[in-house]
Design a protein around this ligand. Structure first.
Ligand SMILES: N[C@@H](CCC(=O)N[C@@H](CS)C(=O)NCC(=O)O)C(=O)O
Length: 408
């Protein structure tokens, strides 16, 4: 039985599932034929014994087949169903929503017109804004109604925020989905521009094609989508030193940690109890200036239905992401882990050393999204992350290029 399974499940052996099944059937049939042959070649003393052997081998074969199928479901490489058309980034025209606010940096040399579709207090949107502010890239903001989401109706396939609309000087209109992809693509663009010193040399479309969306079936057969390379900054690493390669890998690792671990500690904390969930939504109402963008009934609807829904969802998320019974402890522990890792690196106040890198900006954005909530105040009292790191990133952001905010 073990041999049978081992024969098919050799690590590193990639063969198609069809071929694999055919092989199993052939082998089970061979074993059955061999056992029948060897049984008929010798004098038969006990017919029952022979039948028993055949039944055992057939059972073992069936068991092996079952075990293999189970194994295959768990281990099979994710089946790529299709990857998006490379031109799927292109829109015929920008969506018709006018920004309600615009952030302008007079020194912005990108030549791009950016419009961010966002929720002011969504951690992924805060990550994008932190990056844009830090590098002095101008943008307009369209605040999306979190319940009705009217402002996203134009987006055919993707219905999450942030979405960034990029209008290039050549007249192309691009739709960029997913905070990490947006950050990587924009950062790559700015880096390349700085290197070539040709602000007019636009290559945004070429860059975004490095981040295709791929659909695949996960182990439970559900269709999932993934944006390839979203933590990769597209730049020439050939001539870079070993030290800077390590820095690139570390930045990538921590950006991924921010999205796959740290961000998941937020919701169960800010929606920990129903009163806390309502208070959090009231804070979003205030910080997001909802009174400017939404009708009074919309705000009330969002605050109360949102709070009840998120309080219930928060419990599920707590289990799914294996947070502690006292969810605050998970928030404190992950925050301390981040801070400790910076200290262990010993290169400066930030993960990026003496100045924040993209992972610092990602973790900052995530925490910034809950500033004003009870969970943030508790974190400030119970972890040094706020005083020793967060406020320092905030200071760097304040020192970033001159910023002019215009409320339209
Ligand atoms: N991986 C995405 C996640 C974006 C995301 O989940 N955004 C939430 C808001 S915080 C959203 O739009 N949710 C709406 C929905 O899931 O339908 C990113 O990094 O941008």
């Amino acid at each position: 039985m073990r041999n049978l399974i081992e024969r098919f499940i050799r690590p590193g052996l990639v063969i198609s599932p069809g071929k694999m099944r055919a092989r199993i059937f052939t082998t089970v049939a061979t074993i059955l034929a061999r056992s029948a042959h060897s049984a008929s070649a010798k004098p038969i003393r006990n017919t029952r014994l022979r039948l028993g052997t055949v039944a055992f081998v057939a059972g073992a074969g069936g068991g092996g087949l079952f075990a293999y199928e189970e194994y295959r479901k768990r281990r099979a490489p994710k089946t790529v169903l299709n990857s998006d058309d490379p031109d799927s980034f292109l829109l015929k025209a920008p969506p018709s929503f006018e920004p309600s606010r615009s952030v302008t940096f007079p020194m912005d040399m990108t030549g791009l017109k950016l419009t961010l579709y966002q929720y002011q207090t969504c951690p992924f949107c805060c990550k994008v804004r932190a990056m844009l502010d830090y590098f002095g890239i101008s943008y307009g903001i369209v605040e999306v109604n979190p319940v009705l989401r009217t402002q996203l109706k134009w987006s055919e396939k993707y219905r999450k925020v942030p979405i960034l609309i990029v209008e290039t000087p050549e007249g192309e209109v691009l739709q960029l989905n997913d905070s990490s992809m947006i950050i990587s693509a924009l950062f790559s663009y700015v880096q390349n521009q700085n290197k070539t010193k040709t602000p007019g040399d636009h290559e945004m479309l070429r860059l975004v094609k490095c981040y295709p969306t791929v659909k695949f079936q996960d182990e439970d057969g559900k269709t999932q989508t993934e944006i390839m390379n979203k933590y990769f900054v597209m730049e020439d690493m050939e001539q870079d030193s070993k030290e800077s390669k390590e820095a690139v890998l570390s930045e990538r690792k921590w950006r991924k940690w921010a999205d796959s671990v740290y961000v998941h500690t937020l919701s169960p904390n800010i929606y920990r109890t129903l009163p806390e969930a309502i208070a959090s939504f009231r804070n979003f109402d205030r910080v997001g200036e909802w009174e400017k963008n939404f009708a009074a009934w919309e705000r009330t609807l969002v605050i109360y239905t949102g709070a009840v829904a998120m309080w219930m969802i928060g419990k599920r998320l707590q289990k799914r992401h294996h947070l502690k019974e006292d969810v605050r402890q998970s928030l404190y522990e992950e925050s301390e882990y981040w801070l400790r890792s910076i200290h262990q690196k010993g290169k400066g106040d930030f993960m990026g050393g003496s100045k924040p890198n993209l992972s610092d900006l990602a973790v900052y954005g995530i925490l910034n999204s809950i500033e004003g909530c009870e969970a943030f105040d508790d974190l400030a009292k119970n972890s040094k992350i706020i005083s020793q790191w967060y406020r320092k990133v905030q200071q760097h952001l304040k020192n970033a290029p001159n910023k002019v905010e215009i409320v339209v």
